[in-house]
Design a protein around this ligand. Structure first.
Ligand SMILES: Nc1ncnc2c1ncn2[C@@H]1O[C@H](COP(=O)(O)OP(=O)(O)OP(=O)(O)O)[C@@H](O)[C@H]1O
Length: 486
């Protein structure tokens, strides 16, 4: 056992006591301490420097249900006490002063100490069972359980905030895709902000997740927030949190904002171009000062967040038009990665189809595409980019029960423009279900509004006389997208 002889804190025995006298008393103290613990505890065990049992008292043997305690001597400690941590104490030379050890359905309160010899060399370890039932420690155990529950809850929350994509999910063989991946790898090495520019459905969120996953923040949360999807009056609370009772109906507990949820990790600001001007100022402050102030409070919370922003809008033009703050633009745009639309890299269509069909394969039965089917897909302009390609393949796999999909199987699933181009001249358009016609009309209205506003979803929603969130929801549905933002 650790003996006070080796301790730097020597007991005071008065000026008259010589060195030999001090050591004698200390040795006695050590022996009495051991005896006291051995007698008062519900069990005691000593192991050597290889964590093999040297000695075990009868009470511990009985607790463990050993019929022959002598047989335990010389055995590795874990073969006698499966949950034992004595080997760790021998290895580290550090005591575990208080711990709860599970023995079958029993919780034991234990203490473990290293035995130090000459020159503080670890000679072994000693373990005592302080209590074999937890009654005397009820308050402590209740606290322990609460902490364990908190930990489990935090781990579950963190797991939800783990990323699902890495760079291998960003499929493509075209030169722009290879360049995008190169830049993403470089960006991951630093904590600098990244701005991802590209049309909707081009894979900006995959890239954001991949960069986070390759960075030194990979074990920390990745929190995505789509600015366009949140009603304007809720954005501030969503980003910065709400103080207890900040307004009528507000919760009595502090509700953390996305900045706080992303603390230590990465915050992905999707559609950052849709951020209203007055919140752009607060966002800039949060990024510069690394501090956020919840709605309804003067309290400042420090945050350490790496920001990856994305937009399908022309941010530079917005800056020139006075719709986006230049200081925020330069703050976000340290590393810029442009993701070209699928129509500018049609060589990616084939590998993308392969990868999507593999993902959609059930029972290992992967569908394939005929050459004319691939040619048909290559001839389309893909306004919804890869999200739209995925949607069409998913529909084909669901609706066409054939192992090899032909152009004729896909033509019906493609939007009217391309379908009509495939239809023989003179053929009368078929009467289609009303829902389908309405869906197409809605898609067309949305596309026209977006074109008229240069991709500005808020303005497009205003033009159509619907709210931003309704617009966004319809947009997601019509482009077949899933909302991947948490
Ligand atoms: N290069 C790619 N390889 C494989 N799948 C891709 C690729 N790019 C996009 N996808 C798929 O397309 C869909 C849309 O991708 P994602 O949400 O990342 O796009 P986005 O650019 O962030 O879109 P938005 O701006 O609308 O949020 C997802 O299902 C994603 O898996």
């Amino acid at each position: 056992m650790t003996t006070p002889e080796t301790s730097s804190e020597r007991p005071s025995t008065g000026p008259a006591a010589g060195q030999a006298e001090i050591e004698r008393i200390v040795r006695q103290a050590t022996r009495s301490l051991f005896r006291f613990f051995e007698e008062a505890s519900a069990g005691a065990i000593v192991v050597d420097r290889d964590a093999r049992v040297l000695w075990i008292n009868d009470r511990y043997a009985e607790l463990l249900g050993l019929t022959d305690p002598e047989a335990a001597v010389g055995q590795p400690v874990e073969s006698v006490i499966p949950q034992s941590q004595l080997r760790e104490v021998v290895r580290s030379g550090r005591p575990i002063l208080l711990d709860i050890m599970q023995l079958r359905d029993q919780s034991l309160v234990v203490t473990r100490l290293p035995v130090l010899g000459e020159g503080d060399q670890v000679q072994g370890a000693v373990g005592f069972v302080l209590y074999d039932h937890l009654q005397p420690l009820t308050p402590l155990v209740a606290k322990f359980r609460r902490l364990q529950q908190d930990l489990a809850r935090a781990q579950r929350a963190l797991a939800k905030r783990r990323v699902r994509y890495d760079l291998s999910h960003f499929v493509g063989i075209s030169p722009p895709v290879l360049e995008i991946k190169r830049k993403a790898r470089l960006a991951a090495e630093r904590n600098t902000p990244v701005l991802l520019l590209g049309e909707t459905g081009t894979g900006k969120e995959i890239l954001a997740q991949a960069i986070h996953g390759m960075s030194n923040r990979a074990d920390q949360p990745f929190v995505g927030v789509s600015v366009a999807a949140i009603p304007e009056n809720l954005l501030e609370a969503e980003f910065f949190g709400v103080a207890p009772g900040a307004y009528t109906g507000a919760s009595r507990e502090h509700r953390p904002g996305k900045f706080q949820l992303a603390n230590g990790g990465t915050l992905f600001l999707d559609e950052v171009g849709d951020m209203p001007l007055h919140l752009q100022a607060k966002l800039l402050r949060a990024l510069q000062e690394r501090e956020v102030e919840s709605v309804g409070s003067d309290n400042i919370h420090r945050v350490d967040v790496r920001v990856i922003a994305a937009t399908s809008r022309d941010l530079r033009a917005m800056v020139e038009a006075g719709d986006f703050r230049p200081d925020l633009y330069y703050r976000l745009n340290v590393v810029e990665i442009r993701v070209p639309p699928l129509s500018e890299r049609l060589e990616d269509v084939a590998p993308l189809c392969e990868s999507i069909l593999t993902e959609l394969a059930e029972d290992g039965a992967r569908r394939s595409l005929s050459e004319d089917a691939l040619a048909l897909l290559n001839g389309y302009h893909w306004p919804g980019n890869i999200r739209e390609l995925r949607n069409i393949l998913e529909r084909a796999v669901t609706l066409v029960p054939k192992p090899r999909l032909e152009a004729t199987d896909l033509a019906d699933l493609l939007p009217a423009a391309i379908r009509n181009a495939q239809r023989p001249a003179g053929a009368r358009p078929a009467v289609r279900p009303l829902a389908e016609t309405l869906r197409e009309a809605e898609a067309k209205a949305l596309a026209q509004a977006l074109e008229a506003t240069g991709g500005n979803r808020s303005a497009a929603a205003r033009l159509l006389g619907i709210s931003r969130s309704v617009f966004y929801e319809k947009f997601r549905q019509l482009s077949g997208g899933q909302d991947m933002l948490s």
